[in-house]
Design a protein around this ligand. Structure first.
Ligand code: SAH
Ligand code: SF4
Ligand code: F3S
Length: 467
């Protein structure tokens, strides 16, 4: 048994990152058995689930949508806010019930929650029916842990390593059209409210050659779009100390010639002019940037440890708008950080009014155990926070609707990703600027980039017809 330790995670040294080539285990014990995988959280977790599915498929297992008929149940969890925790613990209630009838089912808890000491302690105390707990640093060990668990052993292995980079991973990708590619793992920013640096470990970049050969392979397989992934993509290469930076990588990826290249997430702190230039230069780098603001108040930004001011954010924002033709910018905002005053909040609204974001995610601050902000005394009531969130959302939605309406009667390029989730006579897809479009058009266009005339606009989507 190996438990996580958030103190170890914080005391990072400058040790070399180890690049490890995955050495998958094989077993026929699970042949034709069924697995049920539930994924919470961000794109990084979604992509980790593709690694988990790669391991399970290599054992000859099939996936099922029905938890009750599964032989192996895996929850890939998120720890970003308290409600993410609650969802998982709520779901565990269902699993506990199932385990009473079918004790042979193997239950696995993975992802960011497993990296929290408190969660693992609670598992040991109250959810001891869970067979496997694995973390974000050892997904590659899931195969051997399953083999052990099938012998009836409980296996809890969660490391608080600074983090290795595992290469040669066999992903079972969810889409044949769009693919995720990890470029940097972990986070060293330690924003005071955020759990990610503890659950995902030290910031460490994949080698450029590995990333480029993965992208080339995806192009050969016919992928239309790749999204470069990292908690902070513009920190890419900082750990190499040879001058490589995100713009270097982005440019090389663009040259491979995949029709659409995206990246998430960008921190406003080290977004260089070179990055803006590269995005502007290559037509296959999509004109879309997710640029989290978090707060518009300099007091709060300082307490958050974000390392930029309201004015610097606005300067960067305006520079992008000027230099990248037709760019769409979305954001993340937290309301109700400890002791946020009405004036602080007004500053956030002020930035939203100035930027007129294309869209964004807004959250009420949620204290995370072990982070510095969780120790701050807070004078703001939940009711006030909820009211602020409502005011913010009203304003944000106004601007997304305004931008979406500008598309009406225009013809735009849409990558058709599949059948429409709400109306199966239609298809759906995304514009270059990452707007969701419900499309009247042929199903034979799935996987292709087509011209679509926009006929109507709502706050969160567009309607259009393929021409
Ligand atoms: N690496 C990304 C963020 C990943 S987490 C970045 O720095 O932009 C996604 C979003 O969750 C964050 O942008 C933030 O707005 C929100 N978030 C993170 N911790 C939170 C907390 N403790 N309470 C509320 N929202 C939080
Ligand atoms: Fe969290 Fe900040 Fe790192 Fe983003 S940059 S993952 S908000 S610590
Ligand atoms: Fe959640 Fe972990 Fe992503 S905490 S948001 S799944 S990095």
């Amino acid at each position: 048994m190996n438990l996580p330790n958030s103190k170890d995670a914080r005391l990072r040294t400058k040790n070399e990152v180890e690049y490890i080539y995955d050495n998958p285990v094989s077993s026929n014990k699970f042949l034709n058995k069924k697995y049920y995988l539930r994924t919470y959280g961000c794109q990084m977790n979604e992509h980790d689930s593709e690694q988990i599915e790669g391991i399970l498929s290599s054992f000859g297992m099939q996936s099922t949508e029905v938890m009750e008929e599964a032989d192996v149940i895996i929850l890939n969890t998120c720890a970003i806010r308290e409600n993410a925790h609650e969802k998982v613990f709520g779901y565990l209630g269902r699993i506990k019930h199932l385990k009473k009838d079918r004790p042979e089912v193997i239950v696995c808890l993975g992802g960011c929650m497993s990296q929290e000491v408190g969660v693992v302690e609670e598992v040991l105390k109250r959810h001891s029916y869970i067979n496997i707990v694995f973390g974000t640093h050892n997904i590659n060990e899931l195969g051997s842990m399953l083999i052990e668990a099938s012998k009836g052993k409980q296996d809890i292995e969660v490391y608080s390593k600074e983090g290795d980079v595992i290469e040669n991973v066999n992903f079972k990708r969810a889409s044949k059209i769009s693919a995720w590619v990890n470029i940097i793992f972990g986070c060293d920013k330690f924003c005071t409210y955020c759990i990610v640096p503890y659950t995902r470990g030290k910031e460490r970049s994949r080698k450029m050659d590995e990333i480029l050969s993965e992208c080339k392979k995806l192009k050969e397989e016919g992928y239309q779009e790749i999204t470069l992934l990292g908690q902070n993509v513009n920190a890419y290469g900082h750990d190499f100390e040879d001058g490589t930076e995100f713009s270097t990588l982005l440019e090389e990826v663009a040259k491979i010639g995949i029709p659409r290249i995206r990246f998430v997430t960008s921190h406003p702190w080290n977004f260089t002019d070179k990055m803006i230039d590269v995005i502007a230069k290559y037509p296959n780098i999509m004109p879309y940037v997710h640029l989290p603001l978090q707060s518009g108040s300099n007091n709060i930004l300082k307490l958050m440890g974000r390392k930029y001011t309201k004015e610097e954010y606005l300067e960067l924002y305006n520079k992008m708008k000027e230099r990248i033709p037709n760019v769409a910018i979305t954001t993340d905002i937290i309301v109700g950080f400890p002791n946020e005053t009405e004036e602080d909040f007004e500053n956030t609204l002020d930035v939203v009014r100035k930027c007129e974001f294309d869209g964004g995610f807004t959250f009420i601050y949620s204290p995370r155990e072990g982070t510095p902000a969780a120790k701050m005394k807070d004078s703001v009531t939940l009711k006030e926070k909820e009211e602020r969130l409502k005011r913010l959302n009203t304003l944000m939605n106004e601007y997304s609707l305004k931008h979406n309406k500008e598309y009406i009667n225009k013809t735009v390029k849409v990558l058709i990703s599949g059948v429409n989730e709400k109306d199966d006579t239609k298809t759906m897809g995304y514009t270059e600027t990452m707007k969701l479009v419900n499309v009247k058009g042929s199903k034979s266009s799935i996987g292709k980039i087509v011209d679509v005339k926009i006929t109507d606009a709502k706050s969160f989507s567009l309607d259009g017809e393929e021409i």
